[in-house]
Design a protein around this ligand. Sequence first.
Ligand SMILES: Cc1cc2nc3c(=O)[nH]c(=O)nc-3n(C[C@H](O)[C@H](O)[C@H](O)COP(=O)(O)OP(=O)(O)OC[C@H]3O[C@@H](n4cnc5c(N)ncnc54)[C@H](O)[C@@H]3O)c2cc1C
Length: 710
Amino acid sequence: MLNNKLNNNISFQFPRHLRHGEQGCLQNDSCPPPGGPLTEYRNKATFDWKRLKIYIEGETACKRMQELYSSLLSNAEFNCDHDELSTDQLLHRNYRRYKSTFKIIPAFQDRLKIIQESFRDFRTLIMIDCGLFLKRSLSCEIPSHLLYTAKRDTTEDIKKLAEGKFHCCMALTEVGHGSNLLALQTSATYDKNYDSFVLQTPSIEAWKCWAGNLGTCATHAMVLAQLYTPDGNCHGLHWFFTPIRDPRTMQPYPGVLVGNMGKKIGFNSLDNGFMAFTDYHIPRKALINNISDVMPDGKYITTEPNPRKRFAAVASNLNYTRLGVVMLSVTCLKKGIVIAIRYAAVRKQFGPTSTSAETTLLEYPLHQWRLMPYLSACFVLGVTMDSFINKKLDYYNKLYSSKNSEPMGSTLASLYLMTISLKAISTTTVRDGLQQARECCGGHGYLKCTAGIGDLRNDSDSFLTLEGDNNVLLLQINKLLIGAYQKKMEGKDIEIEFGLHDFLNNMNQTLKTKCDNTNNLTSPRGILEAYNWLICYLLAETLSKLNQEIETGSSIIDAFNTTHTYHGKSLAIVFSEFLIIRCYFDVLTTNQPPKDCAPVLLDLGMLYAFWSLERHLIYFCKGNYFPANSGIEAIRNNVSTLCLRIKNESIALVDAIAPPDEILNSVLGSSDGQIYKRLVSYFLTGGKNLQRPHWWKEMLPESIMMSSNL
Ligand SMILES: Cc1cc2nc3c(=O)[nH]c(=O)nc-3n(C[C@H](O)[C@H](O)[C@H](O)COP(=O)(O)OP(=O)(O)OC[C@H]3O[C@@H](n4cnc5c(N)ncnc54)[C@H](O)[C@@H]3O)c2cc1C
């Protein structure tokens, strides 16, 4: 949470070089000299990074983060080393760490606390391992969150999850369907003779799969299944808290076939599993009955008779997990960018002449252009994410103030749009940013253990498709925008907020506006006006294309799919970027930063905005928004100028977002900047890299083998 009430007495986990009197961590080596190679850039900063950190995180969160890092670092389970582990060792370590997290971060206690505190506290877990955060979320927090909404006493189940007596997972995806949840086939049919639901997997396509923590560890699964009443009616998807393994033996119950899916590209500290049910009975109370319930006589009752809205309410819990993915993305991006920028400030290649001193990578404009926008993304997406979380908190505050669990339509729709927009943009940014970071570290960036970027990249790759595939989410954003336009035309109310009314009311007027003077662009207002125009332009283009398709005989669905590729998708991306950029500048306006931090925060926002706008130049040209296309040069010049300016602030900026060195665990990214000493020290670690292979004899020429007693 942003907070500008500064308290300079807070003690931070300072980067190693700033901790007074502390010794360095290189084996057989002395402490890095005071300052070290990063000092020159640190001294160039025009602001105090500690003040910036407090502004961004909030004072309480900074203190809490400091406490958490200290606790994590003093617990041997959380030691980050460079050892290569097998999949089984990774799973085991993650389980032990998971158990230990409860000593440091208490489990779910009440509905609001989980959201407020977990989002703050769990960032520290992500800094250690994405899989640790996911295990904690899937095994305990998310299911507890759902159980809490049930209109029956679930205290005992929640307690057992928190005490580690139960371990849960979220079982939505099936072999045949992931994105299209409505087509899931697993059924839960109420049997009034036994007062229980019977879970059934009707086909191989209906096998549950991919659920994290299910493979070997889960005793329970929160199963998403189609609810049938004895009269044969299907009432759509509902959650069922389902026991699947005996917690005393960890063996599956009869009727449950469950197992591990095997090794993945990343995230191997988490066991993703598959599961099928055969006539498997679970008690009636297993149904999460916040919106709907089944009576002992088999009668279905619900507070939301509209099936579409009922599904939206059931699926609304995914918003919570999507924000978790955003948090994972922003945290992974921060780690990767810290490493690449510190490396770039030390690494030198080439110089003006063959005899002159070589130039640090950070001084090359191309290198600045490759890294600074992603640094700006760390701040813009981070600040926006916090603001979204607060909005979500407000929603839950209202929703659960009297344990009234009926979701509020228009706020829910707005939160949904906000969350999927941020999810789609942040996960794509982390994919590209980590790849850029890895390449910016050159060959050394390819070392798995020492650089630390490869694992981040592999883990975060999955964010693109999980919790809603990005392309599918962009389709939904497009549909929501077109739907809002159509409703407006029909004079109906629009459920979604975000100034959509203003957009649609002023669309014709906005489309007539031009940016006559590119100097106007250099303020948040000018940027938002450009976005405003862009959204209206793309909305008009998409609608016109859609109408053309329909006039030539396409069905609405086909027309929509056809126009999405080149029109609707861009509209969805542009609208999502607009939401993010506007939110960031709103926060800077409503919560004034400290004086020394304000200019750099503004620069970061402007860089992010110009860099994002640059990807849409084609539409500005097509729509003649700028006179004689002058905007192209203006936008590019602004990107370059801001990259250059932020370059001098960049080491202090990464100090403000970096975790302690022991947790960053990157030879290339340490705060002392001793990349070569640490690299060589790693080469020599434990002498294991100096050994000949145990199969060395196989390499000998046959003659030597024959003539020796080897
Ligand atoms: C590491 C990991 C962890 C996971 N954890 C869980 C978990 O805990 N619980 C759980 O239930 N699931 C989990 N999943 C599954 C995940 O949620 C699904 O993979 C995701 O929902 C996407 O569904 P899908 O794989 O069926 O892809 P599909 O829906 O089959 O999509 C495949 C491709 O088709 C495209 N596509 C789909 N529909 C359209 C359309 N209408 N128009 C154009 N293109 C389209 C998509 O963009 C995508 O590129 C996990 C997955 C991974 C990789």
